[in-house]
Design a protein around this ligand. Structure first.
Ligand SMILES: Nc1nc2c(ncn2[C@@H]2O[C@H](COP(=O)(O)OP(=O)(O)O)[C@@H](O)[C@H]2O)c(=O)[nH]1
Ligand SMILES: [Mg+2]
Length: 452
Protein backbone atom coordinates (compact mmCIF):
# COMPACT_ATOMS: atom_id res chain seq x y z
CA UNK A 1 0.00 0.00 0.00
CA UNK A 2 1.43 3.34 -0.97
CA UNK A 3 0.21 6.90 -1.13
CA UNK A 4 1.57 7.03 -4.65
CA UNK A 5 -0.84 4.36 -5.82
CA UNK A 6 -3.97 5.49 -7.56
CA UNK A 7 -6.89 3.69 -6.01
CA UNK A 8 -10.40 3.06 -7.29
CA UNK A 9 -13.64 1.92 -5.67
CA UNK A 10 -17.36 2.38 -5.94
CA UNK A 11 -18.80 4.49 -3.14
CA UNK A 12 -22.44 3.58 -3.58
CA UNK A 13 -24.14 0.30 -2.56
CA UNK A 14 -24.04 -2.65 -4.92
CA UNK A 15 -27.14 -3.40 -6.96
CA UNK A 16 -29.09 -1.39 -9.49
CA UNK A 17 -29.74 2.28 -8.86
CA UNK A 18 -30.40 5.42 -10.91
CA UNK A 19 -26.86 6.64 -10.40
CA UNK A 20 -23.67 5.32 -8.83
CA UNK A 21 -20.42 6.97 -7.82
CA UNK A 22 -16.96 5.59 -8.55
CA UNK A 23 -14.01 7.27 -6.87
CA UNK A 24 -10.45 7.40 -8.11
CA UNK A 25 -7.73 8.84 -5.89
CA UNK A 26 -4.06 9.36 -6.58
CA UNK A 27 -1.66 10.91 -9.07
CA UNK A 28 -3.14 9.19 -12.15
CA UNK A 29 -6.62 10.64 -11.60
CA UNK A 30 -6.29 13.73 -13.89
CA UNK A 31 -4.74 11.80 -16.79
CA UNK A 32 -7.22 8.93 -16.53
CA UNK A 33 -10.26 11.16 -16.96
CA UNK A 34 -8.60 13.21 -19.69
CA UNK A 35 -7.84 10.08 -21.68
CA UNK A 36 -11.19 8.31 -20.94
CA UNK A 37 -13.01 11.43 -22.19
CA UNK A 38 -10.60 11.67 -25.15
CA UNK A 39 -9.78 15.30 -24.36
CA UNK A 40 -6.73 17.27 -25.35
CA UNK A 41 -6.83 19.42 -22.23
CA UNK A 42 -7.22 18.43 -18.64
CA UNK A 43 -10.56 18.91 -16.91
CA UNK A 44 -11.31 22.16 -15.09
CA UNK A 45 -10.80 21.54 -11.40
CA UNK A 46 -13.95 21.22 -9.27
CA UNK A 47 -16.25 21.66 -12.25
CA UNK A 48 -18.71 18.94 -13.24
CA UNK A 49 -17.93 17.76 -16.76
CA UNK A 50 -20.16 15.45 -18.76
CA UNK A 51 -18.59 13.06 -21.23
CA UNK A 52 -18.65 9.60 -22.73
CA UNK A 53 -16.23 7.37 -20.86
CA UNK A 54 -14.39 5.21 -23.39
CA UNK A 55 -12.26 2.30 -22.28
CA UNK A 56 -8.73 1.61 -23.50
CA UNK A 57 -10.15 -0.15 -26.57
CA UNK A 58 -12.10 3.03 -27.30
CA UNK A 59 -15.40 1.27 -26.54
CA UNK A 60 -18.01 3.52 -24.89
CA UNK A 61 -18.75 2.48 -21.30
CA UNK A 62 -21.28 5.09 -20.19
CA UNK A 63 -22.15 8.75 -20.28
CA UNK A 64 -20.84 10.03 -16.97
CA UNK A 65 -20.33 13.21 -14.97
CA UNK A 66 -16.78 13.66 -13.74
CA UNK A 67 -15.49 15.93 -10.99
CA UNK A 68 -11.79 16.42 -10.49
CA UNK A 69 -10.06 17.81 -7.42
CA UNK A 70 -6.37 18.57 -7.52
CA UNK A 71 -3.61 20.67 -5.96
CA UNK A 72 -4.25 19.35 -2.47
CA UNK A 73 -7.82 20.69 -2.46
CA UNK A 74 -9.48 17.27 -2.30
CA UNK A 75 -10.86 15.43 0.73
CA UNK A 76 -7.88 13.06 0.67
CA UNK A 77 -5.25 15.65 -0.15
CA UNK A 78 -4.28 13.81 -3.37
CA UNK A 79 -5.66 14.32 -6.86
CA UNK A 80 -9.10 12.85 -6.75
CA UNK A 81 -11.80 12.01 -9.24
CA UNK A 82 -15.47 11.34 -8.68
CA UNK A 83 -17.36 9.70 -11.52
CA UNK A 84 -21.14 9.59 -11.47
CA UNK A 85 -22.35 6.90 -13.84
CA UNK A 86 -25.62 5.04 -14.32
CA UNK A 87 -26.16 2.61 -11.46
CA UNK A 88 -25.94 -0.66 -13.33
CA UNK A 89 -23.47 -3.13 -11.79
CA UNK A 90 -22.21 -4.06 -15.28
CA UNK A 91 -21.34 -0.43 -16.03
CA UNK A 92 -19.69 0.00 -12.63
CA UNK A 93 -17.65 -3.15 -13.15
CA UNK A 94 -16.46 -2.05 -16.58
CA UNK A 95 -15.55 1.40 -15.29
CA UNK A 96 -13.54 -0.06 -12.44
CA UNK A 97 -11.87 -2.63 -14.69
CA UNK A 98 -10.93 0.12 -17.10
CA UNK A 99 -9.50 2.25 -14.28
CA UNK A 100 -7.44 -0.76 -13.22
CA UNK A 101 -6.25 -1.29 -16.79
CA UNK A 102 -5.16 2.36 -16.68
CA UNK A 103 -2.99 1.74 -13.60
CA UNK A 104 -5.30 1.90 -10.58
CA UNK A 105 -5.61 -0.71 -7.89
CA UNK A 106 -8.70 -1.49 -5.81
CA UNK A 107 -8.93 0.64 -2.67
CA UNK A 108 -8.74 -1.00 0.75
CA UNK A 109 -11.70 -0.48 3.10
CA UNK A 110 -11.61 3.04 4.48
CA UNK A 111 -8.56 3.95 2.41
CA UNK A 112 -9.91 7.28 1.13
CA UNK A 113 -10.54 8.42 4.68
CA UNK A 114 -7.22 7.02 5.83
CA UNK A 115 -5.52 9.08 3.13
CA UNK A 116 -7.34 12.18 4.37
CA UNK A 117 -6.08 11.47 7.89
CA UNK A 118 -2.50 10.75 6.79
CA UNK A 119 -2.50 13.93 4.73
CA UNK A 120 -3.51 15.84 7.88
CA UNK A 121 -6.83 16.91 6.32
CA UNK A 122 -8.76 15.46 9.22
CA UNK A 123 -7.84 14.06 12.60
CA UNK A 124 -8.63 10.59 13.83
CA UNK A 125 -11.89 11.59 15.50
CA UNK A 126 -13.08 13.09 12.22
CA UNK A 127 -12.05 9.96 10.33
CA UNK A 128 -14.08 7.91 12.78
CA UNK A 129 -16.98 10.35 12.42
CA UNK A 130 -17.16 9.65 8.68
CA UNK A 131 -18.09 6.05 9.47
CA UNK A 132 -20.42 7.11 12.30
CA UNK A 133 -22.20 9.55 10.02
CA UNK A 134 -22.88 6.79 7.51
CA UNK A 135 -24.08 4.29 10.11
CA UNK A 136 -26.02 6.62 12.43
CA UNK A 137 -29.46 5.18 13.08
CA UNK A 138 -31.08 8.10 14.89
CA UNK A 139 -31.17 11.89 14.54
CA UNK A 140 -29.16 12.28 17.71
CA UNK A 141 -26.41 9.90 16.59
CA UNK A 142 -26.35 11.77 13.31
CA UNK A 143 -26.02 15.13 14.99
CA UNK A 144 -23.20 13.91 17.23
CA UNK A 145 -21.36 12.41 14.23
CA UNK A 146 -21.80 15.70 12.35
CA UNK A 147 -20.26 17.60 15.23
CA UNK A 148 -17.40 15.10 15.47
CA UNK A 149 -16.81 15.45 11.74
CA UNK A 150 -16.74 19.22 12.12
CA UNK A 151 -13.81 18.68 14.47
CA UNK A 152 -15.47 19.33 17.83
CA UNK A 153 -13.52 16.61 19.62
CA UNK A 154 -10.32 17.81 18.00
CA UNK A 155 -10.99 21.33 19.34
CA UNK A 156 -11.66 19.99 22.82
CA UNK A 157 -8.44 18.00 22.73
CA UNK A 158 -6.54 21.05 21.47
CA UNK A 159 -7.94 23.09 24.39
CA UNK A 160 -6.97 20.48 26.98
CA UNK A 161 -3.56 20.11 25.35
CA UNK A 162 -2.94 23.86 25.48
CA UNK A 163 -3.86 24.10 29.13
CA UNK A 164 -1.81 21.05 29.97
CA UNK A 165 1.18 22.52 28.17
CA UNK A 166 0.83 25.68 30.25
CA UNK A 167 0.98 23.60 33.42
CA UNK A 168 3.85 21.55 32.08
CA UNK A 169 5.76 24.68 31.13
CA UNK A 170 5.65 25.80 34.77
CA UNK A 171 6.81 22.39 35.97
CA UNK A 172 9.61 22.22 33.38
CA UNK A 173 10.80 25.70 34.34
CA UNK A 174 10.95 24.68 37.94
CA UNK A 175 12.90 21.50 37.08
CA UNK A 176 15.39 23.33 34.83
CA UNK A 177 15.86 26.37 37.03
CA UNK A 178 15.03 25.37 40.58
CA UNK A 179 17.19 28.15 41.98
CA UNK A 180 15.80 30.90 39.79
CA UNK A 181 13.35 33.37 41.06
CA UNK A 182 10.31 32.24 39.20
CA UNK A 183 7.94 34.19 41.34
CA UNK A 184 4.47 32.76 41.59
CA UNK A 185 5.40 29.88 39.32
CA UNK A 186 5.99 27.39 42.10
CA UNK A 187 5.49 23.76 41.17
CA UNK A 188 2.14 23.66 42.96
CA UNK A 189 0.85 26.54 40.84
CA UNK A 190 -0.70 24.26 38.21
CA UNK A 191 -2.61 22.15 40.76
CA UNK A 192 -5.98 23.77 40.14
CA UNK A 193 -5.46 23.78 36.39
CA UNK A 194 -4.58 20.07 36.37
CA UNK A 195 -7.53 19.28 38.64
CA UNK A 196 -9.93 21.09 36.32
CA UNK A 197 -8.61 19.36 33.24
CA UNK A 198 -8.81 15.95 34.91
CA UNK A 199 -12.42 16.44 35.95
CA UNK A 200 -13.41 17.59 32.45
CA UNK A 201 -11.70 14.53 30.98
CA UNK A 202 -13.51 12.22 33.38
CA UNK A 203 -16.78 13.94 32.44
CA UNK A 204 -16.36 13.40 28.71
CA UNK A 205 -15.10 9.84 29.23
CA UNK A 206 -18.29 9.07 31.17
CA UNK A 207 -20.47 10.09 28.21
CA UNK A 208 -19.16 7.09 26.29
CA UNK A 209 -21.78 5.04 28.11
CA UNK A 210 -24.09 6.04 25.24
CA UNK A 211 -21.71 4.71 22.63
CA UNK A 212 -22.88 1.11 22.50
CA UNK A 213 -26.60 1.85 22.75
CA UNK A 214 -26.38 4.59 20.12
CA UNK A 215 -24.64 2.15 17.76
CA UNK A 216 -26.71 -0.93 18.48
CA UNK A 217 -30.02 0.58 19.54
CA UNK A 218 -31.99 0.34 22.74
CA UNK A 219 -34.08 -2.67 23.62
CA UNK A 220 -37.43 -1.76 25.13
CA UNK A 221 -39.51 -4.63 26.43
CA UNK A 222 -43.24 -4.27 27.01
CA UNK A 223 -44.62 -6.46 29.78
CA UNK A 224 -47.82 -6.77 31.77
CA UNK A 225 -50.87 -8.89 32.40
CA UNK A 226 -52.83 -10.34 29.49
CA UNK A 227 -55.24 -7.86 27.88
CA UNK A 228 -53.63 -4.78 29.48
CA UNK A 229 -52.85 -3.32 26.03
CA UNK A 230 -49.21 -4.32 25.45
CA UNK A 231 -49.72 -5.16 21.79
CA UNK A 232 -51.80 -2.00 21.33
CA UNK A 233 -48.92 0.03 22.81
CA UNK A 234 -46.34 -1.51 20.48
CA UNK A 235 -48.64 -0.85 17.51
CA UNK A 236 -49.29 2.75 18.54
CA UNK A 237 -45.60 3.51 19.14
CA UNK A 238 -44.38 1.81 15.99
CA UNK A 239 -47.21 3.21 13.88
CA UNK A 240 -47.95 -0.27 12.52
CA UNK A 241 -50.37 -3.09 13.12
CA UNK A 242 -47.41 -5.37 13.79
CA UNK A 243 -48.91 -7.04 16.86
CA UNK A 244 -52.25 -8.81 17.00
CA UNK A 245 -54.67 -7.01 19.31
CA UNK A 246 -57.52 -9.01 20.74
CA UNK A 247 -59.82 -9.07 23.75
CA UNK A 248 -58.99 -12.72 24.15
CA UNK A 249 -56.33 -13.02 26.86
CA UNK A 250 -53.12 -14.84 25.95
CA UNK A 251 -53.05 -13.81 22.27
CA UNK A 252 -49.35 -12.96 22.16
CA UNK A 253 -47.24 -16.02 22.92
CA UNK A 254 -44.06 -15.46 21.03
CA UNK A 255 -42.40 -12.09 21.48
CA UNK A 256 -42.21 -9.86 18.45
CA UNK A 257 -40.10 -6.84 17.60
CA UNK A 258 -41.02 -3.50 16.07
CA UNK A 259 -38.76 -0.51 15.47
CA UNK A 260 -39.91 2.76 17.02
CA UNK A 261 -39.04 5.98 15.29
CA UNK A 262 -39.01 9.51 16.68
CA UNK A 263 -37.03 8.79 19.83
CA UNK A 264 -33.56 10.18 20.61
CA UNK A 265 -32.02 6.90 19.55
CA UNK A 266 -32.96 3.78 17.61
CA UNK A 267 -35.35 1.76 19.76
CA UNK A 268 -36.71 -1.72 19.18
CA UNK A 269 -39.89 -2.46 21.11
CA UNK A 270 -40.55 -6.06 22.05
CA UNK A 271 -44.11 -7.17 22.63
CA UNK A 272 -44.33 -10.12 24.99
CA UNK A 273 -46.82 -12.67 26.22
CA UNK A 274 -48.95 -11.47 29.17
CA UNK A 275 -47.89 -12.63 32.61
CA UNK A 276 -50.50 -14.31 34.79
CA UNK A 277 -50.96 -17.34 36.98
CA UNK A 278 -52.05 -20.46 35.15
CA UNK A 279 -52.56 -20.60 31.40
CA UNK A 280 -51.88 -23.40 28.95
CA UNK A 281 -48.48 -25.05 28.48
CA UNK A 282 -47.96 -22.91 25.39
CA UNK A 283 -48.89 -19.70 27.22
CA UNK A 284 -46.54 -20.60 30.08
CA UNK A 285 -43.69 -21.10 27.61
CA UNK A 286 -44.51 -17.63 26.27
CA UNK A 287 -44.31 -16.18 29.78
CA UNK A 288 -40.83 -17.66 30.29
CA UNK A 289 -39.75 -15.88 27.13
CA UNK A 290 -41.31 -12.62 28.32
CA UNK A 291 -39.18 -12.73 31.44
CA UNK A 292 -36.05 -13.61 29.45
CA UNK A 293 -36.66 -10.59 27.27
CA UNK A 294 -37.31 -8.32 30.26
CA UNK A 295 -34.08 -9.51 31.85
CA UNK A 296 -31.98 -8.29 28.93
CA UNK A 297 -33.94 -5.07 28.36
CA UNK A 298 -32.39 -1.61 28.58
CA UNK A 299 -35.83 -0.30 29.48
CA UNK A 300 -39.15 -1.86 30.46
CA UNK A 301 -42.67 -0.57 29.97
CA UNK A 302 -45.15 -2.18 32.30
CA UNK A 303 -48.66 -1.85 30.87
CA UNK A 304 -51.58 -2.20 33.24
CA UNK A 305 -55.33 -2.04 32.66
CA UNK A 306 -56.15 0.77 35.08
CA UNK A 307 -59.88 0.12 34.89
CA UNK A 308 -59.41 -3.15 36.75
CA UNK A 309 -57.92 -3.76 40.22
CA UNK A 310 -54.09 -3.59 40.09
CA UNK A 311 -52.63 -6.88 38.88
CA UNK A 312 -50.76 -9.20 41.21
CA UNK A 313 -47.44 -9.21 39.40
CA UNK A 314 -45.34 -12.36 39.65
CA UNK A 315 -42.19 -12.03 41.77
CA UNK A 316 -40.15 -13.17 38.78
CA UNK A 317 -41.21 -9.92 37.07
CA UNK A 318 -41.05 -7.64 40.11
CA UNK A 319 -37.35 -8.39 40.64
CA UNK A 320 -36.65 -7.15 37.11
CA UNK A 321 -38.41 -3.82 37.56
CA UNK A 322 -36.80 -0.75 39.03
CA UNK A 323 -37.86 2.89 38.89
CA UNK A 324 -34.71 3.85 36.96
CA UNK A 325 -35.51 1.69 33.98
CA UNK A 326 -39.25 1.15 34.11
CA UNK A 327 -42.19 3.21 32.96
CA UNK A 328 -45.67 2.25 34.13
CA UNK A 329 -48.37 2.86 31.54
CA UNK A 330 -51.82 3.03 33.11
CA UNK A 331 -53.86 2.12 30.08
CA UNK A 332 -57.56 2.36 29.26
CA UNK A 333 -57.87 5.91 30.56
CA UNK A 334 -61.10 6.18 28.57
CA UNK A 335 -62.62 4.01 31.34
CA UNK A 336 -62.88 5.08 35.01
CA UNK A 337 -59.70 4.32 36.95
CA UNK A 338 -59.94 1.70 39.66
CA UNK A 339 -59.47 3.41 43.08
CA UNK A 340 -56.83 0.88 44.22
CA UNK A 341 -54.38 2.32 41.67
CA UNK A 342 -53.62 5.24 44.01
CA UNK A 343 -50.95 3.21 45.82
CA UNK A 344 -49.75 1.10 42.93
CA UNK A 345 -45.91 1.03 42.56
CA UNK A 346 -45.50 4.44 44.27
CA UNK A 347 -41.92 5.18 43.20
CA UNK A 348 -42.39 4.65 39.49
CA UNK A 349 -43.10 7.20 36.78
CA UNK A 350 -46.61 6.62 35.45
CA UNK A 351 -48.39 7.76 32.34
CA UNK A 352 -52.10 7.42 31.62
CA UNK A 353 -52.98 6.40 28.09
CA UNK A 354 -55.80 5.31 25.90
CA UNK A 355 -54.37 2.99 23.29
CA UNK A 356 -57.54 2.25 21.36
CA UNK A 357 -56.22 4.49 18.60
CA UNK A 358 -53.24 6.78 17.98
CA UNK A 359 -54.53 9.72 20.06
CA UNK A 360 -51.86 9.37 22.78
CA UNK A 361 -49.03 8.27 20.52
CA UNK A 362 -47.17 11.59 20.38
CA UNK A 363 -47.49 12.28 24.09
CA UNK A 364 -46.29 8.78 24.94
CA UNK A 365 -43.39 9.03 22.52
CA UNK A 366 -42.21 12.39 23.79
CA UNK A 367 -42.56 11.44 27.46
CA UNK A 368 -40.67 8.23 26.76
CA UNK A 369 -37.92 10.17 24.98
CA UNK A 370 -37.59 12.57 27.94
CA UNK A 371 -37.45 9.70 30.41
CA UNK A 372 -34.75 7.87 28.44
CA UNK A 373 -32.65 11.04 28.44
CA UNK A 374 -33.28 11.92 32.10
CA UNK A 375 -32.46 8.34 33.10
CA UNK A 376 -29.26 8.70 31.05
CA UNK A 377 -30.21 5.78 28.82
CA UNK A 378 -30.11 8.03 25.78
CA UNK A 379 -27.89 11.00 25.02
CA UNK A 380 -29.30 14.49 25.42
CA UNK A 381 -29.64 16.80 22.43
CA UNK A 382 -26.45 18.66 23.42
CA UNK A 383 -24.34 15.58 24.15
CA UNK A 384 -21.31 14.78 22.07
CA UNK A 385 -21.23 11.00 22.02
CA UNK A 386 -17.73 10.00 22.94
CA UNK A 387 -16.66 6.64 21.58
CA UNK A 388 -15.20 3.92 23.77
CA UNK A 389 -11.80 4.47 22.17
CA UNK A 390 -11.86 8.19 22.94
CA UNK A 391 -13.12 7.49 26.44
CA UNK A 392 -10.30 5.08 27.20
CA UNK A 393 -7.68 7.58 26.13
CA UNK A 394 -9.41 10.44 28.00
CA UNK A 395 -9.68 8.33 31.14
CA UNK A 396 -6.06 7.32 30.89
CA UNK A 397 -5.08 10.98 30.56
CA UNK A 398 -7.26 11.91 33.54
CA UNK A 399 -5.70 9.16 35.65
CA UNK A 400 -2.21 10.34 34.75
CA UNK A 401 -3.18 13.87 35.80
CA UNK A 402 -4.59 12.59 39.09
CA UNK A 403 -1.18 10.98 39.66
CA UNK A 404 0.56 14.23 38.70
CA UNK A 405 -1.55 16.09 41.23
CA UNK A 406 -0.53 13.55 43.87
CA UNK A 407 3.15 14.15 43.04
CA UNK A 408 2.65 17.88 43.47
CA UNK A 409 1.17 17.52 46.92
CA UNK A 410 3.75 17.06 49.66
CA UNK A 411 6.22 15.46 49.29
CA UNK A 412 6.60 17.31 45.99
CA UNK A 413 8.14 15.36 43.08
CA UNK A 414 8.02 17.85 40.26
CA UNK A 415 9.80 15.58 37.79
CA UNK A 416 7.40 12.70 38.40
CA UNK A 417 4.48 15.10 38.03
CA UNK A 418 5.90 16.39 34.73
CA UNK A 419 6.32 12.81 33.47
CA UNK A 420 2.67 12.11 34.25
CA UNK A 421 1.59 15.29 32.47
CA UNK A 422 3.51 14.19 29.38
CA UNK A 423 1.81 10.80 29.61
CA UNK A 424 -1.55 12.59 29.68
CA UNK A 425 -0.52 14.62 26.62
CA UNK A 426 0.31 11.41 24.77
CA UNK A 427 -3.08 9.95 25.63
CA UNK A 428 -4.80 13.09 24.37
CA UNK A 429 -2.68 12.82 21.24
CA UNK A 430 -3.98 9.29 20.78
CA UNK A 431 -7.55 10.58 20.64
CA UNK A 432 -6.88 12.71 17.59
CA UNK A 433 -4.19 10.42 16.22
CA UNK A 434 -1.06 12.44 16.89
CA UNK A 435 0.81 14.58 19.35
CA UNK A 436 2.78 17.48 18.08
CA UNK A 437 5.96 17.85 20.15
CA UNK A 438 7.02 20.89 18.17
CA UNK A 439 4.01 22.69 19.53
CA UNK A 440 4.88 21.73 23.07
CA UNK A 441 8.34 23.27 22.71
CA UNK A 442 6.93 26.42 21.12
CA UNK A 443 4.56 26.78 24.01
CA UNK A 444 7.28 26.24 26.57
CA UNK A 445 9.50 28.97 25.17
CA UNK A 446 6.65 31.31 24.45
CA UNK A 447 5.29 31.42 27.96
CA UNK A 448 8.66 31.77 29.74
CA UNK A 449 11.45 34.20 29.08
CA UNK A 450 14.05 31.60 29.97
CA UNK A 451 17.09 33.67 29.00
CA UNK A 452 16.08 36.52 31.23
N1 LIG B 1 -61.16 0.60 26.51
C1 LIG B 1 -59.92 0.40 26.10
N2 LIG B 1 -59.56 -0.77 25.55
C2 LIG B 1 -58.30 -0.95 25.16
C3 LIG B 1 -57.33 0.08 25.28
N3 LIG B 1 -56.15 -0.40 24.80
C4 LIG B 1 -56.38 -1.67 24.38
N4 LIG B 1 -57.68 -2.00 24.60
C5 LIG B 1 -58.32 -3.28 24.28
O1 LIG B 1 -57.87 -4.26 25.18
C6 LIG B 1 -57.80 -5.53 24.56
C7 LIG B 1 -56.39 -6.13 24.73
O2 LIG B 1 -55.45 -5.32 24.01
P1 LIG B 1 -54.06 -5.92 23.56
O3 LIG B 1 -53.28 -4.80 23.03
O4 LIG B 1 -54.26 -7.12 22.71
O5 LIG B 1 -53.52 -6.34 25.00
P2 LIG B 1 -52.31 -7.33 25.35
O6 LIG B 1 -52.90 -8.64 25.66
O7 LIG B 1 -51.71 -6.73 26.60
O8 LIG B 1 -51.35 -7.36 24.22
C8 LIG B 1 -58.17 -5.30 23.10
O9 LIG B 1 -59.53 -5.62 22.93
C9 LIG B 1 -57.97 -3.80 22.91
O10 LIG B 1 -58.78 -3.27 21.93
C10 LIG B 1 -57.73 1.32 25.87
O11 LIG B 1 -56.96 2.29 26.03
N5 LIG B 1 -59.03 1.42 26.26
MG1 LIG C 1 -50.67 -8.98 23.13
Amino acid sequence: MSDLDTIVATSTPSGKSALAVVRVDGPLAPSIIQSAFGRKNSLIIKQATTGIWRDLKNEPVDQVVALLWANGKSFTGSDSLEITCHGNPLIIRRLIEDCMARGCRMAEPGEFTRRAFLAGKIDLTQAEAVADLIHASSERALSSARRMLAGEMGKLVAGWTDRLLQALAILEAHIDFPEEDIGAENPQGPLILLGNIASELYGYAASSKHDSVIRNGLKLVVVGSPNAGKSSLVNVLSGTQRALVSDEPGTTRDFLEAPIAGLPLAVTAIDTAGLRDGGSVLEKAGMVRSLEQAESAHFIILVVDASLPPPALPDSLLVLLNPEKTLVVKNKSDLPEHPDFKNFLPHYIKIKTCLLDGRDAENLRSRLGDILVSRQLAPGAEDLIVSVRHAEALKHAAEALTEAIRHLSAPVHTELAATRCREALDSLGEVVGRIDNERMLDKLFASFCIGK
